[in-house]
Design a binder for this molecule. Structure first.
Ligand code: SF4
Length: 320
């Protein structure tokens, strides 16, 4: 099939009664462009402090009931070493927007990780200045994740009182220009979102163009203004991942944790995904880092890596 990937074409595809030909095409494109490997990334959530008030997020600044934590550089390095020892070769360091970690301190942590392990370092620490992004790149950071969340300006504004879509896209273009492998992504099923908005989300990924894209279902958090909203559909999310594969054949597309929470790991791999992230956040902190409610098991870095490798092999794919 030759799918129509214009805005109107994407809406028509998302609406299809039978999407299976598109999944097959996405799987074929994935195999040809990036092969059968599934890259397993270690995800360390090193601070749950955040100065922003995103309406959907369990870490939003107005939450006074949430115990906040910051991992020390030594704790971070110890977790990273434990992941490296069992085969992880990429570490994703994620936090809320927490200026306590200055670019100089973050850069020092990145340098230490590079020196100790040589791992690829992905950062996901929110919107920073061009100078800060450049300094972190200079320190050795390889990739940066900054989801745009929704490409509709009005919806973006209603969810993000302290930012604009324009600023977010500007950050993404800056990251790209600085030579980062740049990741964006969005949520599926946000209140007020239409299929046309999802088409815009997909096209924005191509426009940046992103090297990675995390697409997950919206899951309402009970301590946020969106607590009463319905969760996003796993099927519609998988459709978006498949269409992202068609738009960006060589991109790294994770089966996001949120989709795993919706019970859908294997199926998303057959529809275009080639990356999975495993949280290695220490148990003392893990429950305090819930952007959405997840009820994830305790962290056991070696056992969870081994289990995931087995699951990937059972799908006929190659864990890396
Ligand atoms: S989504 Fe990110 S920036 Fe927004 S409140 Fe949550 S942690 Fe902070």
């Amino acid at each position: 099939m030759t799918p129509d990937l214009s805005r109107e074409g994407l809406v028509a595809l998302l609406r299809l009664e039978d999407f299976s030909p598109v999944y097959e095409e996405a799987d074929r494109v994935r195999r040809e462009a990036v092969g059968d490997a599934v890259h397993i990334r270690a995800l360390l959530e090193f601070s749950n402090h955040c100065r922003r008030k995103c309406a959907y997020c369990g870490l939003r600044a107005p939450r006074r009931d949430l115990p906040r934590y910051r991992m020390t550089p030594e704790e971070i390095l110890s977790s990273v070493r434990a992941a490296w020892a069992v085969g992880y070769r990429t570490i994703v360091l994620q936090s809320g927007e927490d200026p306590w970690y200055t670019p100089a301190l973050l850069g020092e942590i990145v340098r230490e990780i590079k020196k100790a392990t040589g791992m690829a370092v992905t950062l996901g620490c929110g919107e920073l200045s061009r100078e800060a992004y450049a300094a972190l790149r200079q320190a050795g950071a390889d990739r940066y994740l900054l989801k745009h969340e929704t490409a509709d300006e009005d919806l973006y504004q209603s969810l993000h009182p302290d930012g604009t879509l324009r600023e977010r896209v500007h950050c993404l273009r800056t990251l790209k220009a600085l030579g980062y492998e740049t990741g964006s992504g969005f949520m599926v099923g946000l209140p007020g979102q239409t299929l046309d908005v999802l088409a815009k989300d997909l096209l924005l990924l191509g426009d940046i163009p992103c090297d990675m894209a995390g697409i997950g279902p919206f899951l309402p958090h009970p301590e946020t203004p969106l607590k009463g909203a319905a969760p996003g559909s796993a099927e519609l999310t998988r459709r978006c991942v498949a269409l992202a594969r068609l738009l960006l054949p060589r991109a790294n597309l994770p089966a996001t944790t949120a989709l795993t929470v919706r019970g859908d790991n294997g199926r998303v791999f057959s529809g275009g995904a080639n990356v999975v992230m495993r949280k290695i956040t220490p148990n003392a902190y893990k429950r305090q880092y819930e952007i959405y409610p997840a009820q994830l098991p305790d962290t056991d870095i070696p056992a969870q890596r081994a289990l995931l490798e087995d699951q990937i092999r059972s799908l006929g794919r190659v864990p890396l």
